[in-house]
Design a protein around this ligand. Structure first.
Ligand code: HEM
Ligand code: HEM
Length: 236
């Protein structure tokens, strides 16, 4: 018995977040790709902001009220890991905690990045802060993005464990196909949720291209050193 759990916008969101987070992380330390890093990080941040809004009025299983995060649900989950198949058609209690943490930490990653670039004197989205905050936001950005990496590793370990324990349910493939092999109510989108989904994808994309094409970005240390060198030569 197949049940439709993850609607198309949720799946598109998932893979766009996974790709943009991974690329932003890899490019974080690369000065030559700072603009792309900032564009990808901001893209991920806006994407997550829309997912959080969707959590309050989205389809079945994607709504936060369908995330079983009570102490009772968590205790039951850990004392009976092999629980009956249709107990949690959407996220199980542990997955729910991790998903909520990923959303929150991804948002803070992007916000701390915005504050960092603002304190480097080049305000993304028009925000500019005193340069004296630079070290604080650098530290914060570094800590939060690594926390996000840890959560992703826990997420992948959870999927692996679930695949070993309940292979027949098909959780791993559900983020590709939308379906799990369980008996439950099918998820569906209302017309308003479909319209929302268009903006959910469009606005992060517009943010990405806006930053790539128009937004000034902070200068990397290499660029700053070259500028000082050039200034020194022209003074001579
Ligand atoms: C940077 C990498 C990743 C991030 C940030 C991430 C994040 C997330 C988030 C936020 C959700 C919740 C979706 C929602 O409720 O809207 C989720 C669910 C899910 N992810 Fe990922 N993910 C990543 C990589 C992966 C990979 C590589 C796989 C597959 C191998 C995967 C498989 C899944 C599955 C199957 C679910 C649904 C789990 C369930 O039914 O409880 N994820 N992920
Ligand atoms: C999911 C989102 C993001 C991830 C995973 C991420 C990840 C990283 C990583 C791993 C670094 C390198 C840290 C280090 O070298 O210690 C970094 C640096 C940085 N990030 Fe992000 N970041 C994200 C979003 C953003 C955003 C949205 C902005 C700005 C709007 C931003 C601006 C910066 C800046 C200015 C640096 C310092 C680069 C340098 O001076 O070399 N980041 N980020």
């Amino acid at each position: 018995m197949k049940t439709y759990i993850w609607t198309l916008p949720t799946r598109i969101f998932h893979w766009l977040l996974a790709i943009s987070f991974a690329l932003a992380f890899i490019l974080g330390g690369e000065e030559d790709f700072l603009r792309l890093h900032i564009a990808l990080g901001s893209f991920a941040g806006v994407l997550v902001l829309f997912r959080i809004i969707q959590g309050f009025n989205g389809p079945l299983y994607a709504r936060f009220r369908d995330f079983p995060v009570s102490v009772k649900a968590l205790t039951l989950f850990f004392t009976n890991m092999k629980m009956s198949k249709s107990e949690h058609p959407g996220h199980n209690p542990m997955a729910s905690v991790i998903m909520l943490s990923i959303l929150l930490v991804a948002l803070i990653s992007a916000i701390s990045g915005i504050l960092l670039s603002a304190s480097e004197g080049t305000g993304i989205f028009g925000i500019t802060l005193s340069v004296s905050y630079k070290e604080t936001f650098e530290e914060l950005h570094d800590v939060v993005v690594h926390l996000m990496l840890i959560l992703v590793v826990i997420h992948l370990t959870g999927i692996l464990a679930d695949t070993v324990l309940h292979y027949a349910q098909g959780t791993l493939f559900s983020m590709f196909t939308g379906y799990k092999n369980i008996k439950a109510e099918n998820a569906s989108l209302t017309p308003a949720q479909k319209v929302f989904s268009i903006f959910w994808i469009l606005i992060p994309l517009l943010t990405f291209f806006y930053i790539m094409l128009y937004q000034p970005v902070p200068k990397g240390d290499k660029e700053k050193t070259e500028e000082v060198k050039e200034k020194g030569e022209s003074d001579d």
